[in-house]
Design a binder for this molecule. Structure first.
Ligand code: PLP
Length: 398
């Protein structure tokens, strides 16, 4: 019989992908499912970026690429860091990868030893915990309070750090909560990190451009810890390029070299045509992202209005990204028309799928088992229809 590795047996299937699969199965049976489970922009990649990819193919960009990315793309990423984040990097500090996901995995696998503790600000993005597990590290979930929009404070971080802490990981704007750390909050966190020289920071800024409050702060801006910060970003969200698979990180030269080495043995340099498209994306600035952000803001406001009609959802106002993340404990203990008791957000999300035909992801995958994540990256009419259905279905719970 086939014996799979302990490593793969210990790995969880991605809950977001599992829920999307369930929704697709129902849809295949002819059910009109509205899927709000996936974290994917519903916009097409801007035309100028597609054109650059077509041109690259015609120009013969079909060969292996340098492992850390084309030099001109790495330079353009440095220019972006300077323009948007007031950060000085050289191309040697940049590693381009197959999505921000690979950049995160490169960093975790390059830094974490067996038994090292990785403090993950919770709720967190699904893959962080599995990446830490792959590196044989120990995840320490540090849960931010609902009252503080789920944001972990510097004091909470300080109390969680031990001599074994190697890394802290968070996203801002946050998937799943939409929370955005302010300059003041990150400054206080940076001070804690500065006092603990064994601690590194993996800052996931993939939603940088999808920000409704204005200022995006990179923790690498705090000079005392810059060399211990790995900043991850990419093109999937801001440029609606999920299927192209390109992201990057910026780090000290030593860490960047380690990530390059990791990548050289696993995937090599990312797709040639994609890298040329990414270069064009950066050269085009961020105006296409700004247009999309207006749509995301409108949808967030629409959904927050619609959610007000649903009793029992406690929903912080997201400052960025494209999700809402209500706490749904108000429904625990209630009974469905067929007599099942709702005991968890998982039970509630399954009820919503089967009764309202709305797919969303329960928060346990994000370290928040009392919450449910709804993506707001869908057309306005779909969002309206989804939340009206939910209101009607949830009213059946007694
Ligand atoms: N980080 C966060 C917080 C995300 O939500 C996602 C995608 O959903 C990623 C990273 C991965 O991005 P990419 O598509 O660039 O691999």
């Amino acid at each position: 019989p086939l014996v799979l590795s302990d490593r793969i047996n210990a790995m969880q299937e991605s809950q977001t992908i599992a829920m999307a699969k369930k929704a697709r199965e129902l849809a295949a049976q002819g059910v009109d499912v509205i899927s709000l489970s996936f974290g994917e922009p519903d916009f097409q990649t801007p035309q100028y970026i597609k054109d650059a990819a077509k041109k690259a193919l015609d120009e013969g960009f079909t060969f292996y690429t340098p492992v850390p990315g084309y030099p001109d793309l790495r330079q353009a990423i440095c220019d972006k860091f300077k323009r948007d984040n007031q950060l000085d990097y050289k191309p040697e500090n940049i590693v381009v990868s197959t999505g921000a996901k690979q950049a995160l995995a490169n960093a975790v696998l390059s830094l974490v030893n067996p038994g090292d503790e990785v403090i993950v600000f919770s709720p967190y993005w699904v893959s962080y915990e599995e990446m830490v597990r792959l590196a044989d590290g120990t995840t320490v979930q540090l849960v931010g309070s609902l009252e503080n929009d789920f944001k972990v404070t510097a004091a909470e971080l300080e109390a969680a750090i031990t001599p074994r802490t190697k890394l802290i990981m968070y996203s801002s704007p946050c998937n799943p909560t939409g929370a955005v750390f302010s300059r003041q909050e990150l400054s206080a966190i940076a001070e804690v990190v500065a006092r603990n020289p064994q601690v590194y920071v993996l800052a996931d800024e993939i939603y940088e451009y999808i920000n409704f409050v204005g200022e995006h702060v990179s923790i690498a801006q705090f000079a005392a810890i810059k060399d211990r910060v790995i900043t991850v970003n990419g093109f999937s969200k801001g440029y609606a390029m999920t299927g192209w698979r390109v992201g990057y990180l910026a780090a000290s030269k030593e860490i960047a070299c380690a990530c390059e080495k990791m990548q050289s043995q696993i995937t090599s340099g990312t797709c040639a045509m994609t890298q040329r498209a990414a270069l064009a994306a950066l050269q085009g600035g961020r105006s296409s992202a700004d247009e999309m952000v207006e749509a995301y803001r409108r949808r967030r406001d629409l959904v927050l209005e619609l959610v007000k009609e649903i009793p029992g959802f406690r929903t912080p106002t997201p400052s960025g990204a494209f999700y809402i993340f209500p706490d749904v404990t108000g429904y625990f203990g209630k009974t469905t028309p067929t007599g099942e008791v709702i005991k968890s957000a998982m039970d509630l999300s399954l009820f919503m799928l089967h009764d309202a035909h709305v797919a969303a992801v329960d928060g346990s995958a994000f370290g928040a088992p009392n919450c449910i994540r709804f993506s707001t990256a869908a057309a306005d009419e779909k969002l309206r229809e989804a939340f009206i259905r939910l209101k009607n279905s949830l009213a059946k719970l007694k």
